[in-house]
Structures are given as C-alpha cells and as structure tokens.
Design a protein around this ligand. Sequence first.
Ligand code: PLP
Length: 386
Amino acid sequence: MQFIDLPTQQKKIRSKIEDNIRAVLDHGQYIMGPEIGALETRLADYVGAGHAIGCASGTDALLLALMAYDVGPGDAIITTPFTFIATAEVISLLGATPVFADIDPKTYNIDPIRLEKTIMALISEGSPDIPIPQPLIMNAPKPKGIIAVDLFGLPADYDRINAIAAEHGLFVIEDAAQSFGAVYRGKRSCSLGNISCTSFFPAKPLGGYGDGGMCFTNDSGLDEIMRSLRVHGQGRDKYDNVRIGINGRLDTLQAAILLAKFDIFDEEIALRQEVAGLYNRYFEATGVLTAPYVPSDCQSAWAQYSLLSKDSQSRTMYQEKLKKEGVPTAIYYPKPLHLQEAFAHLGYKQGAFPVTEDCASRIFSLPMHPYLTTKDQERICKACIS
Ligand SMILES: *Cc1c(COP(=O)(O)O)cnc(C)c1O
C-alpha cells in the first residue's frame, strides 16, 4: 500500500501527459513556453483570482510574495509554528524575523486570538501571556505581515485573519501549498489572502513531476512586481533590470504535465472527500482516535488525513500496528518550527506554544489519495483497533 499513489493516477492520464510533453519537445520553448500562460489562466480562473504567476516551487512562491512587499530587516512576519520549514524559512532568508503564534487545537491552523495578541505584544514590546523571547524583542521588529497556512488542506480562518490584518495595516499571505482545491465560505483556496502561494511538489493535491509553484493575487501592481521578480527583476526586456530578483520560473515541461493533471483535478478532489468521509465515519464511530475537524462552511483538499492519538506512546503503538499490516504512516510535523535548531537564535523555548507542542507529540497521518480503495481503507481502520 502506498501513502500517496501517483502510479495509479499516471496510468489514468499517461497518454495525455505524453501528448503534452511531446508538444513541448516539438516547439522547444523550454523556458517560459506557452504552457505557462495557459496553466496560469486556467488556475487563476479556477481559484477565482485575477492573476496567477507560475514559479519554480512553493518556497519560491512564498519568497516572491514577501519580496513583492519589500520584506527585509526590521520586519516581523507572524506565522504558525506548526508547518513545514519553508513557511518561516523564507522570512529569515530575507533578513526579516519570523514571530510565531500558537494554533487552534481543532483546526491546527493559526489561532486568530493568539495572532492578534502577538501583534499587540510586538507593538507594546511584550505582554505577560504571549511568549516573545528577549533576543527577538531586542531587535524590535515591526509587524509587517502575516503568513497563514492551510495545514493538511484546510483553509485557515481568513475572515478573522484578514480583519485583524486590516486593523493593523498588515498584509496577508496564504500559504496554500497543501490546500489547492479547498473551499472556505464559498471561496476557493488561493483566493483568500492578498497573495496566495501554492506548490506543485509531487505529493501535494495538484502535484507535478518535479518542483513547481504558483502565486495568486487580485492586485495588478503586485502581479507585475512578482512577474519581474521571478526573472531577475526584469524590466522592459531581458537585459533591463529594475530590481533585485531571482531565477524563479516554472519549467514549461512541468506546466505541460500539470495541464494534463488539472483535467482530472475536480474529480480527484471529489474522490478525496469520499476517502476522508469513510475515514471520518469510522473514527467518529469508534472514538479510538480524534478525526480531523472541518468547519461546516469549509471543504478540505485533504493533502493529509491526520489523526490525534491520546499521547505520544499510543501514537507509536498505532504506527507500529499499522506498519505490521503493511500500512505506511507519517508524522507532520514531529518538531515545531520554534524548536528547530535553525530558529534557535530567535530564543523560543520548549513550552512557548503548548497547543502546537501537544499536537506535534500526538499527531500522525494515514494514507490519503484519490485512488485509495474502500477495501484498503477498511484494512487500515481495522488495523487501528486490532
Ligand atoms: C510543501 C510546502 C511548502 C513548500 O513547497 P515546495 O514546493 O516544496 O517548495 C511550503 N509550505 C507548506 C505548508 C508546504 O506544505
């Protein structure tokens, strides 16, 4: 059994993928070929964004978004400690300071109440119930923006996050690397922040056969800046450079592959709902493990199906039982970002974010993909209670 079954998907669309790759080999425009624009238009329409900018990875998408807002030294960007390293890495890369705010225990996404308190603590240089470490306060970074993450495919609470941001004059970046295809109150993921960033890493809901990513925005000024930034800060032409940028283009071949995969994406999202629904019914009925929570006005893209066990030992027990049955599991994420060595200089200590630390010690994920059979799911569920 596979954790994510890409071969079955490939079998279904192999000839279309080959046709699209052949078309690129025939026209030979490997860099910024017509497939890039075609994919940008289709995905912008799908998510309901005015502009889409294809780029080299989800990490570059986040980097381009922060660069478009001129983020640098002295800026604080508030984000969640319960995410993949890339979310906060890009903040540090630009010389800005990541400041973490704890998560909501049900959704695992940034808690808007904690977010607002963290902003207040930064403005007033510390507050008793919000852990802003001393080394971080010494630099006195000023809040400039928020990166909210749609963890496991479930959008964060953008109505509240955007309201808080507006009140304090901050921008909001949606890290939608895991949530392409999700819905929040009638709107699609990738349309929920000032800039939204997704990833086409093979294991993501819409994955290519290599690295890739995309930024989305309704702001034509930001769109223009990000288009320039992705090609070395290009101006009117190739050899006119108006700002410092990066080499952050999406490959034409990846765009061609993604166009073929996008044809069946809606169908796959529907299949993911069915797979998640069956898991949910089972775990809600048996109560042995805590099933993921999805608010009634949201739909997850189900990048991961994650369960909470009662403690760390019982998690190990479940993982071992499943392994014996040939069922792969994974832990996203065993070590929160504030406890990573890479961020030791920020000065956060164990205990700073109790909800995140608790979830990190108990969470694990089951196989989740559109082609998981009912039979396999039953095997997985049975192994959990055996
Ligand atoms: C995968 C991921 C990224 C980075 O995407 P890449 O395409 O691998 O660079 C960023 N944030 C989150 C939450 C992710 O899951």
